[in-house]
Write a protein that binds this ligand. Structure first.
Ligand SMILES: Nc1ncnc2c1ncn2[C@@H]1O[C@H](COP(=O)(O)OP(=O)(O)OP(=O)(O)O)[C@@H](O)[C@H]1O
Ligand SMILES: [Mg+2]
Length: 347
């Protein structure tokens, strides 16, 4: 775990070209830390920046522990003590999240942004029916009376593709399959009509058919409402099918951000190259994934007449003196790079 240093430079928000729609979500220089055993604050998310427009789907990928969930939680003001947002800014619909009051955060989470998790059942109250859950959202957010809220709850279950909505309305969470529970969560999220959905491994553990149904549902909602999606997943196949751009995280840092096709075709950061090399190929027997074996340590990058290097964390540790920056190597394609050391400093 990297030790947090307070002298963090502002990192730009790599994102859309200025002529496109104004961003819906903007993250800049976001740094989240937890106390380490020696009680110093250690950063688990470091200077992360990106932006997102309506309709867009951004995948957040990276090995376990790279900071994906902590980035998402911080975006919704859900970082739990002893964790703390140490620096940076998150704006959703123009509203600053970092440092906002609990009531502002609740309002934003109720109306603008929502998050769904891998285990939807644990987010549902086991003593309440699906109908209770959904009607409560309608009563709270739309001020509907009990009867209207129940009608809307039923309509929502139909909308998320439940085959026997009346029966599901009366069901308790333990009576739902994983796919049904995730649809209920998506229904509850939709009832708030948010503009941003953060889905943290929403289909892990579900079978492939249910998984594609859930993503088809999310895509339909995006087309209909302009919902923007941040999808956290380990499944690069799902990313290839469902996301416009990919952000790759390694040990708390965003190391590469690019349109999906560009990242698969021309990944530039050594860590992304390793990640892609570790994907199981259908024509090969399963290989153990060893992310500690570097495929490559450094990639030279020429940009605006300056020499930079994209460097793996191991190589970068030996190069403490330089501050990395996100460099745009092609339109919309950003890579975390260090400036080339001056000639006399090179071995
Ligand atoms: N409560 C906590 N106390 C201390 N460290 C924490 C705490 N919660 C998370 N971390 C650390 O934060 C880092 C990032 O965790 P995070 O959950 O964001 O990873 P992730 O990329 O979502 O991983 P995964 O793919 O396994 O879900 C990890 O190193 C983790 O150990
Ligand atoms: Mg996670």
């Amino acid at each position: 775990m990297a030790v947090f240093t307070p002298a963090a430079p502002v990192v730009a928000s790599p994102g859309l070209a200025p002529e496109k729609a104004p961003p819906l979500a903007e993250v800049a220089n976001l740094t989240v830390a937890f106390p380490s055993p020696d009680s110093r604050m250690s950063a688990v998310v470091r200077e992360v920046g990106f932006s997102l427009a309506p309709h867009e789907s951004l995948a957040l990928v990276g090995e376990s522990g790279s900071g994906k969930t902590q980035t998402a939680l911080a975006m919704l003001g859900l970082t739990r003590p002893p964790g703390r947002v140490m620096a940076g800014s998150v704006r959703i619909g123009g509203q600053e999240i970092v440092g906002a009051s609990e009531s502002t955060l609740r309002r934003i989470r109720g109306s603008q942004a929502a998050m769904i998790f891998q285990s939807p059942r644990t987010a549902l109250n086991p003593l309440k029916t699906v109908g209770d859950h959904l009607s409560r959202v309608y009563r709270r957010h739309s001020g509907l009376d009990k009867r209207r809220a129940q009608e809307q709850a039923l309509a929502m279950l139909e909308r998320v593709g439940m085959t026997a909505p009346e029966r599901v309305l009366r069901a308790y969470p333990h009576q739902l399959s994983g796919g049904m529970a995730q649809r209920v969560m998506i229904g509850m999220m939709l009832a708030c009509n948010p503009c941003l959905l953060i889905a943290d491994e929403p289909t892990t553990g579900l079978d492939v058919t249910i998984q594609s149904q859930i993503f088809a549902l999310i895509r339909d909602i995006q087309a209909e409402t302009g919902l923007a999606l941040i999808l956290i997943t380990h499944d690069l196949g799902v990313v290839a099918e469902n996301c416009d751009r990919i952000a790759v995280m390694q040990r708390g840092r965003l190391v590469e951000l690019a349109p999906t096709a560009a990242l698969f075709a021309q990944a530039r950061h050594p860590y992304t190259l390793r990640l892609l090399a570790s994907i199981l190929r259908p024509d090969q027997p399963p290989q153990p994934i060893d992310l500690d074996t570097p495929v490559v340590d450094e990639v030279p990058i020429e940009n605006a007449g300056h020499a930079w290097r994209a460097i793996s964390v191991d190589a970068w540790k030996a190069l403490d003196a330089t501050r990395p920056e996100m460099i745009e190597v092609a339109p919309g394609h950003f890579v975390l790079c260090h400036p080339e050391p001056p000639v006399e400093a090179q071995p």
